[in-house]
Design a protein around this ligand. Structure first.
Ligand code: ADP
Length: 644
């Protein structure tokens, strides 16, 4: 539920005012004419809709009881036939015409309102998505995927629900207004007396909404809790089962469900009270109206109620009064409810729409002449973190060289490469490409020249061909195959039943981790970037694949500057330079041989990796012991999983 997420994270800026009004102003105005037709049509349709009750009352008096002449408000007497047969035919004609006109107007209004509403929502949805994907990475770091998705899913459909209900609300209000206008033409004082009904129901509704509001919040909260509980249990089902903890999960779900049940009961109880009291008001008004009407009809009106009342007029009044109850109740229950929802949702939508976004186009065009990358005394801390993740990072990647970045998990290796792409910006110092500070470059031009294969490459739902071709507009098959060969993916792809047309499943789940990475490398290479960044690109692959990729990297690196975050030190053994990062600082750099000779952190990591644990320095061992899980670290390091 949208409400279960943290709404304070989505505050609409102050200048916006009421966010719902803001959205309506901005997104409904292109369809002004349609909305106008819808509103006028809906309101006008209420006139013919109220006519039958009026006509039936008049016909009853004039034709069946012969107690009064046939006369209708707003209709000149000359138009009305004088014979009984004529009046019967006139009545039938009038009823049929009223129904037909009502039908036509309602249909038109419904159609126009429907299309206008859908177009408005479409615009809001697309703009909101556009604003979302345009946000800087920090925005996504601070939020859960489900939370961000709920802005697009729940919040936009809440607006839809409100749009629907707003039309209903308008219908109810005009329906009541038209009925009162007609009643006032027949018997103004009795109509005034009957105002008790909408006013009384309105007051009840107000009482109900103020009481139910806080309880609703509680219910939504517990719905959120149940969902989170269920998601956790089902997502972690393998773990649940492996520990045979199904009972515990059941108990936890039962607790959440019990809380939901109790809170929901409070809502149902309030709703029942409201339903029954409004039903009573309506029913007793009906009885009261009949009693007063019959009394006036039989005995003449007391002075305060003015003139007498015919049986037909009483019937018309009774029919109208009965038709108020449902709509007013619904107005109170549904329309107000959906207004509250829509208000909360529009706040979140406006917060996304109206805040600064990182413009892909602003900034200079990057001009890659040689491909020299330089990090110059870079300090950086994530906004969402209190700590500084990089301190005084300096190194240079010469044109066409391969630079390996190694170090323990969490040292800041990925962060270093993210600054190159301007996913984040350095707090101090500069990252430059051929002397151009990346923070001056437009994100789009940076990303056109730089290829990136992330730690956990994302494959989109679709075929392998589509996934490799993702980065360019109309890739031809030869280009795709060429890129796949370079990435060492061609062989396994052609071995699959459908080759390049194999569906990869959601997030590429039908492929192994190594296969996914090779496809991601092919995707990056297809753009022929001048600079390539591989982030732990070889962490998931077997030795044979690793060798293939390493060959590819070696082959590629000659042509383009490559930064490779290495998981296994052997991958970057041949690198021109290896930058060793520890706790956000560059602690050593040089070639493999130079670093071994230095006998520092790299040398220790290398010894662990090749299984020469006896030779590991005492300092390294002490440090490993000081970490949270020393033995695991060492063991995994021995397995060749140094930095995990
Ligand atoms: P490495 O790639 O060396 O494993 P990272 O660059 O991923 O390390 O992370 C460096 C540090 O920054 C870690 O302490 C990590 O927890 C933190 N970090 C990484 N990404 C974010 C983020 N988006 N927001 C806040 N902290 C982060």
């Amino acid at each position: 539920m949208s409400e279960s997420s943290d709404t304070t994270e989505y505050e609409a800026p102050d200048h916006v005012g009421n966010p719902l009004v803001h959205l309506v102003r901005r997104y409904a105005s292109p369809y002004k004419a349609r909305y106008l037709v819808a509103v006028v049509g809906t309101a006008l349709a209420q006139v013919p809709q109220r006519v039958p009750a009026l006509v039936v009352g008049v016909a009853l008096d004039a034709i069946l009881l012969s107690s009064a002449s046939y006369s209708l408000p707003l209709v000149p007497d000359g138009v009305i036939p004088t014979t009984t047969e004529g009046q019967v035919a006139f009545t039938i004609g009038l009823l049929a015409a009223a129904f037909a006109l009502d039908g036509a107007l309602s249909w038109l209004a419904g159609r126009v309102a429907g299309t206008a509403r859908l177009r408005t929502l479409h615009d809001i949805r697309v703009d909101t998505f556009d604003a979302l994907v345009g946000r800087e990475m920090d925005f996504f770091d601070r939020r859960q995927t489900g939370d961000v998705m709920s802005v697009l899913n729940n919040d936009v459909s809440n607006l839809n629900g409100f749009g629907n209900n707003a039309v209903q609300g308008l219908r109810f209000v005009t329906q009541i207004a038209v009925a009162f206008a007609f009643m006032a033409m027949l018997h103004v004082r009795l109509a005034a007396l009957l105002l008790v009904l909408p006013v009384g129901l309105g007051l009840l509704g107000r009482w109900y909404t103020t009481r139910v509001e806080p309880v609703y919040e509680d219910v939504r909260e517990s719905v959120g809790r149940i969902n989170a509980r269920l998601e956790d249990s089902i997502d972690g089902i393998a773990t649940v089962k492996s520990f045979a903890r199904e009972d515990r999960e059941r108990d936890a779900v039962a607790d959440a469900s019990r809380e939901y049940r109790d809170r929901n009961w409070s809502v149902i109880r309030l709703r029942l009270i409201f339903n029954y009291s409004s039903w009573s008001v309506s029913s007793f008004s009906f009885v009261g109206l009949f009693a007063v009407g019959a009394y006036i009809n039989l005995n003449g009106a007391p002075p305060v109620l003015g003139h007498s009342l015919t049986a037909g007029t009483l019937l018309t009044f009774l029919l109208y009064s009965k038709s108020f109850y449902g709509p007013i109740r619904q107005l109170m229950l549904d329309v107000l409810d959906s207004y509250e929802n829509a208000l909360a949702s529009s706040k979140r939508i406006v917060a996304v729409l109206e805040t600064d976004r990182q413009a892909n186009e602003t900034g200079d065009e990057l001009d890659v002449r040689e491909g020299r990358i330089e990090y110059d005394r870079v300090d950086f801390g994530y906004e969402s973190s209190d700590e500084q993740q990089l301190t005084d990072v300096s190194f240079t990647a010469e044109p066409g060289s391969l630079v390996g970045i190694v170090g323990p998990t969490g040292a800041g290796k990925s962060t270093i490469t993210k600054l190159l792409f301007r996913f984040y910006e350095a707090d101090e110092g500069a990252v430059t490409v051929d002397g151009q500070d990346v923070t001056d470059m437009s994100p789009r031009s940076l990303r056109e020249h730089l290829g990136y294969v992330s730690q956990d490459p994302f494959l989109f739902y679709g075929t392998i061909r589509q996934n490799i071709g993702y980065a360019v507009d109309d890739p031809d098959d030869d280009e795709i195959e060429h890129a796949a060969r370079l990435a060492g993916a061609h062989e396994f792809v052609t071995g699959l039943d459908d080759g390049y047309d194999t569906q990869v499943g959601e997030r590429g789940e039908s492929l192994s981790g190594g296969q996914r990475q090779r496809i991601a490398i092919a995707r990056a290479l297809l753009r022929e970037p001048e600079i390539l960044v591989l982030d732990e690109a070889t962490s998931h692959v077997d030795n044979e694949t690793e060798r293939q990729i390493q060959e590819s990297i070696d082959a590629l690196a000659g042509e383009r500057t490559t930064l490779a975050i290495a998981h296994r030190l052997s991958t970057v053994r041949n690198a021109d330079r290896i930058v060793v990062v520890d706790d956000g600082r560059v602690v050593e750099q040089g070639s493999h041989e130079e670093l071994l000779e230095r006998d520092g952190l790299y040398a220790d990591l290398w010894r662990v990796q090749v299984g020469d644990t006896d030779a590991v320095s005492e300092a390294f061992l002490q440090r490993a012991r000081a970490e949270d899980r020393p033995s695991e670290r060492i063991e995994s390091a021995v397995d060749g999983e140094v930095s995990r």
